[in-house]
Design a protein around this ligand. Structure first.
Ligand code: GTR
Length: 332
């Protein structure tokens, strides 16, 4: 089924079902639709599928989850919009894509805002994490913030040459996520930031529309970017967590008990995904190495130049989030 057929047919049926969680329909299984840009087997995909399995069991089959992986329903902007109107229920998306919808989240999109991924995990697991999930739920944007997912740290890769220092980024056209903060970031670092949806990245790299992109190792490898971009530089300029958001339309039609189950299983998924992540990230690096990818590791000392370069981004966006940045930095 293509995207148009999907949105035209089953979405309507699912809406009708979701809106009518009446006793008469109790025997009918409600299939909650989920979208992810990544393929089957990717940690975020498995984690959301597991929420579905648990829901199925706990509700005696009243609910199930149907996963549309590998961008079958488009990129992340589309997934968010589909969840907002109730055409799908779960959208697993990056905070990079969600920031333009719920501005409070953009604090996590500031380059080098986290010391490392362990710091990020502490923050999303704690009070700040819950507060930002609630911001999504209370944003009036038709979304419920269910849980966080780990996506490691992001690095530059390109089709042209090794990037050993900041100067090597100069002039490279680098694809970034659809959020003005990242275009500013890429430009501040000397490259030319090009915002585009994730669904276009592979072909943009392949056709030379862009020279490079930036992402975590699992996306680089398991979404096949490494087949065309042979130069990877581990500089960890962004540590952007991801969120599973749920359609408020569907949520409002669910009983309090079912909502509580969904909340519980989502919290569990947050922890489960990260275990899968650690394994997958290692596999990705092994695969990249085996494929002969040229990998440059930026040392802690050299990272300083990268961090200094993004100062204009902090000058422009930082003040708005100053109080939250302080709280993030205070998390040990
Ligand atoms: C991946 C992330 C996706 C998407 C993608 C991108 O790391 O898991 O949600 O945001 O990056 O660059 O668009």
């Amino acid at each position: 089924m293509n995207r148009r057929e999907f949105l035209g047919s089953s979405a309507v049926a699912s809406l009708a079902l979701a809106g009518a969680a009446a006793p008469a329909l109790a025997e009918t299984k409600l299939m909650l639709k989920a979208s992810d840009v990544h393929p089957e087997g990717y940690p975020t995909v498995t984690a959301v599928e597991n929420i579905g399995k648990k829901l199925d069991q706990a509700t005696n089959g009243r609910y199930g989850v149907q996963m549309f992986a590998s961008m079958q329903l488009g990129g992340e902007k589309e997934a968010i919009e589909q969840a907002q109107v109730g055409a799908i229920q779960f959208a697993r998306v990056s905070v990079g894509a969600l920031g333009p919808v719920v501005d409070d989240l953009n604090v996590f999109n500031l380059p080098y805002v986290f010391r490392d991924t362990a710091h990020m995990r502490k923050v999303i697991d704690g009070e700040i994490g819950q507060e930002l999930l609630d911001k999504v739920t209370n944003s009036g944007k038709g979304l419920i913030g269910l849980c966080w997912m780990d996506a490691g740290a992001r690095n530059f890769y390109n089709t042209k040459h090794p990037v050993k220092t900041l100067a090597d980024l100069k002039g490279l056209k680098v694809r970034v996520m659809g959020n003005p903060m990242f275009v500013d970031m890429a430009n501040a670092m000397g490259s030319n930031g090009v915002a585009m949806g994730y669904d276009q990245v592979f072909s943009a790299l392949q056709t030379g529309v862009v020279d490079g992109a930036e992402n975590n190792p699992p996306s680089f490898v398991f979404d096949n970017h490494y087949q065309v971009a042979k130069y990877l530089t581990i500089d960890e300029h962004l540590i952007v967590p991801e969120m599973v958001v749920f359609s408020k339309k569907t949520w409002d039609a669910m009983s309090k008990e079912d909502q509580a189950l969904l909340t519980k299983f989502s919290k569990e998924a947050q922890q489960e995904e990260r275990k899968l992540w650690d394994v997958y990230e290692k596999q990705a690096m092994d695969k990249a190495t085996a494929a002969g990818i040229n990998i440059v590791q930026i040392s802690e000392t050299d990272k300083k130049a990268f961090q200094d370069a993004v100062k204009p981004v902090w000058d422009k966006y930082g003040p708005k989030y100053a109080a939250m940045v302080k709280r993030i930095q205070a998390v040990q």
